[in-house]
Design a protein around this ligand. Structure first.
Ligand SMILES: *[C@@H]1O[C@H](CO)[C@@H](O)[C@H](O)[C@H]1NC(C)=O
Ligand SMILES: *[C@@H]1O[C@H](CO)[C@@H](O)[C@H](O)[C@H]1NC(C)=O
Ligand SMILES: *[C@@H]1O[C@H](CO)[C@@H](O)[C@H](O)[C@H]1NC(C)=O
Length: 332
């Protein structure tokens, strides 16, 4: 009979039900459910037990029994379960693993109990084949490692790639050992033809994961355009042709400011890097780096720069310059 349709009996029921429950439990059902344990389970379970009733625990899967410890409990006259040792069941362990040949096993959790992990590493020059990490897992009621232990095999590389217009040494080998080097060289060209430049790494070596340390270089003719700067001039690195790694320097005409790098280099993609600078009448924006501390000019350098400026500027600045000169001479 649903309670909500009987409001007149509601308060009576609220009072009676707990009383009945209390009476029943003190008479025949002395104890409630026995305690729960993560490592042990109850063999058969009821909701309530009478005084003197005994329950037995057994180990949960993955745990094993300590033979000397009692894992049963009795419902006492006080309505309590007699104490049970929590340590009666302990975790099973997976078999201990030895270090592999040319490698090492690391017990990440300090033991090989179920639920733990071990990690394998190989010595330098060896590569790991298999699982890096093994887990000690439950298998039925027993425990075992999640996979067979990996093995460490010697790192060997296939010969590096062949390249156009060049070759590598040693050339006769089928395999290269760990850290063994292959050296590239560009073909010679007949006299009168443009020379080939080796762009990239001349030497690469057999490295981790059986891979070469870098991509092979390219052998090609590198030719950068003749360096031209407007309102300025080249000051070094003059040549008829500009090939790979050629360096040139620039300066701007008197009174102009150089924007960019005063030195540029001919790169493998036939461009000047950084790009050729530009000469402008306004100074470049302040660099993001903090400016160097102001140098105290020696009197001779001030004098020489004043002479230079005096030629470039009109009368208006002439008297300022003479003032500075006087100040400098005064200081001496
Ligand atoms: C284990 O303990 C229970 C209750 O605490 C007791 O009844 C039982 O005889 C004990 N068994 C052994 C083998 O000690
Ligand atoms: C074992 O160690 C690993 C790595 O430190 C950690 O991630 C994992 O939680 C640990 N497992 C246990 C069961 O302690
Ligand atoms: C040429 O190579 C440089 C680096 O060496 C790179 O910064 C530049 O973007 C390349 N230019 C072109 C057009 O590929």
């Amino acid at each position: 009979m649903p309670l909500q349709h009987q409001p007149e009996h509601f308060s009576a029921q609220r009072f009676l039900v707990p009383l009945l429950v209390a009476l029943m439990s003190t008479s025949s059902d002395a104890c409630g459910k026995p305690p729960w344990f993560p490592n042990m389970q109850l063999n058969g379970a009821k909701d309530s037990y009478g005084t003197g009733e005994k329950v037995e625990y057994s180990c949960r899967p993955g745990y094993t029994r300590r033979p000397t410890v009692n894992i049963s409990s009795v419902c006492t006259a006080e309505g309590q379960w007699s104490p049970v040792s929590k340590d009666a069941c302990y975790k099973k362990s997976c078999p201990r693993q030895e270090d592999p040949l040319n490698g090492q096993v690391n017990y990440l959790n300090g033991s090989s109990e179920f639920g733990t992990q071990i990690q394998y590493t190989c010595h330098p020059g060896f590569v790991l084949i298999g699982d890096v990490i093994l887990y000690c897992l439950l298998a039925g009621s027993d425990v075992q490692w999640s996979a067979d232990p990996p093995i460490c095999t010697k790192i060997l590389c296939q010969p590096p790639p062949n390249i156009k217009n060049g070759e590598f040494f040693p050339s006769h080998k089928d395999v290269f050992e760990y850290h063994e080097v292959a050296t590239y060289q560009c073909n010679r060209v007949p006299p009168g033809q443009d020379e080939l430049s080796l762009v990239g790494e001349r030497q690469i070596y057999c490295s981790e994961n059986r891979e070469w340390s870098a991509n092979p270089p390219e052998c090609k003719v590198v030719r950068c355009p003749y360096p031209v700067i407007l309102n300025g001039r080249q000051t070094s690195g003059f040549s008829r042709k500009y090939s790979y790694r050629a360096r040139v320097m620039f300066e701007c005409n008197q009174g102009l400011f150089l924007h960019g790098s005063e030195t540029v280099m001919c790169e493998g993609n036939n461009t000047w890097q950084p790009p050729i600078p530009i000469c402008r009448s306004e100074p470049p924006p302040p660099s993001p780096l903090p400016p160097p501390p102001p140098a105290i000019p020696s009197s001779t350098s001030v004098l020489s720069s004043i002479k230079g400026e005096a030629f470039g500027f009109g009368d208006s600045k002439g008297w300022i310059i003479s003032l500075i000169m006087m100040a400098v001479l005064e200081l001496q």
